[in-house]
Design a protein around this ligand. Sequence first.
Ligand code: ADP
Ligand code: ZN
Ligand code: ZN
Length: 659
Amino acid sequence: MILKVALNVPIDNLFDYKIPSNNSIQPKQGQRIRVPFGKQEKIGFIHGIGSQTKVPASKLKPALKIIDDEPLVNNELLDLISWVANYYHYPIGEVYATAVPLYLRQEKTPKIDAMPTESFQCESHKKLTEEQEQGFKKLLSFFNQRQIVLLDGVTGSGKTELYLQLVDRNLKKNQQVLLLVPEIGLTPQIFERFQKRFGNTVSVVHSGNTNKQRAEIWLKAKQGDVCVVIGTRSAVFTPFKNLGMIIVDEEHDPSFKQQSGLCYSGRNVAIIRAKQNKIPILLGSATPSFESLMNAKKGKYKKITLKQRVFATPLPQTNIIDLRVHSQEQGLTKFLLKAIKKHIENDNQVLLYLNRRGFSPATVCSGCGYIEECPRCDTSMVLHKRNNRLVCHHCNHNKPWEKICTECGSPSSPLGEGTEQIELALKNEFPRTSIVRMDRDTVNSKKQRTRLLDQAKSGTGQILLGTQMLTKGHDFPNLSMVAIVNADQGMFGSDFRSSERFAQTFVQVSGRAGRRKTVGEVFLQTYNPKNPLLNKIISQGYNAFFSEAVLDRKVPQWPPYSHLALLHAQSTQKNSVFDFLNTVRKKGDAINLGNTMLLGPVPSPIEKKAGKFRGQLLLLNTNRKELHRVLDKLCWTIKNTKKTSKVKWSLDVDPIDLS
Ligand code: ADP
Ligand code: ZN
Ligand code: ZN
């Protein structure tokens, strides 16, 4: 008998071992196993059991110990892991390492208490509105037909209430539920709502958990001791005893996609998992991704729309401020300041959104026009006045701000505005108003985040200012005005998804205004007030915007009209990057590419990052299967090419960031 073992090493192979000597445990797939590996010992997982091996008998070693009597990784999860390794072309041992909590990969097993039996006074369900009721009925019938459902509902339309009532149905059938949410910032809120309904049968997995806590939740779910698991993307790998349904909230959110190592999409893996288990899956969002809307359009998903907010406040009114007419000072026009004044004088809250932290995104020389750059990256240095330093936001390289150009010695001055500057400007304008700024500079711990959010929610902070961090999911009852300080920055980015992202942020952030009593007002500062897409979102909403904006991708065949894979390479030597990519390109051309387009090599949009040169090849096909046929072959050829150790390469399947 040969044990095929998955080990956490960057080699895309299973490793063969004999049964340990004096072994008394029946080997099964999914058990942990300790094995000799070179001069070390490693803990891996029995992924397969066979009778044959290519390893010569003299080299075949016995494993040291089978750790578990019964599989730690159950069959269902094992199948999912295999699928992920295969689809993302990633070493299987490393996929196990992503799926199984660290604590359990160290041969430790926490003791799990049985589920406490204390009875719990649960909050009762809300009576559904008519629109919710209709949606709910449709949902159930689509689930019966084994359809993937996209719940497209404006913010405040009661999507979460539908999740709660769906979960309830599952719990009554003794089935478990997995709820994926994009970010930790959103989790406490949704967790509270679930806990109020279902008590302590709900567990939340998040980055604040200790390794041991994660392992405990993981095992409890596997044993059926928790009923609902709420977590961010990696929670998609939680094993369950009897999983009955998966919900992905804010399905459009880019944070479902891991951006390094195993670049998996938590949402997409969840869809596969639901398919493998033949269980229903619900994708919810107020601003669904273009991919999902396209799938709905093609009939691959069933779409349910909720158009009305539960508290019948109409959606806010949007005002465009034309920056060509209204001059701005420190990023704020007089027009905008007047509006802010009006709202705070009415004792309401105002939110300003700007996705740029620091004082100024750049500094420019008055003599030669040089924009101070990071010596290690292809980006400008960001001025932070708090400590008077120029900081690179890509590699964190920083130096004191001398106010002098490094090229010619002339005076240099700040260019553009970040949140730090806007805060100062607001403080000058409204000296007696309390301002809460939330960005990565003011929030670097969970405690700080909670403190600032509490101020924001209680209304202590009257002006809220921040980056993306502030915009998602939070419910600020007294908020009556939202301002998008610089709409152009998001709308006209270089990526083909820029306008989609902007539209999502715009809708999400404007949805924060006027959720309860008052009708909200939204202000948007732009130099492009006539831009047709911008006007589309404002006047006709996100879905109309989708129908129009998606067409821009049709001719170049960007997703959702195609599927992509990005082969990325980097090295301290520019030549090595391109030598490598050119070799891959030649090999690619030699295999039968069929309809797959192989584009590049080209330098990455950010060509140099942290001292490394970066380049890429892009693969594109309208047919996913075809694309993967080519990827299989291409990866195989790369792996069997003599290693140029100077180059690091990685493959990103379904990339969402091409920079
Ligand atoms: P969404 O998830 O779509 O943003 P929520 O489910 O959070 O919407 O609902 C918005 C608000 O309305 C919440 O405060 C929620 O408790 C409340 N709510 C939702 N459905 C109902 C209902 N049927 N009756 C009363 N209140 C409801
Ligand atoms: Zn200069
Ligand atoms: Zn840098």
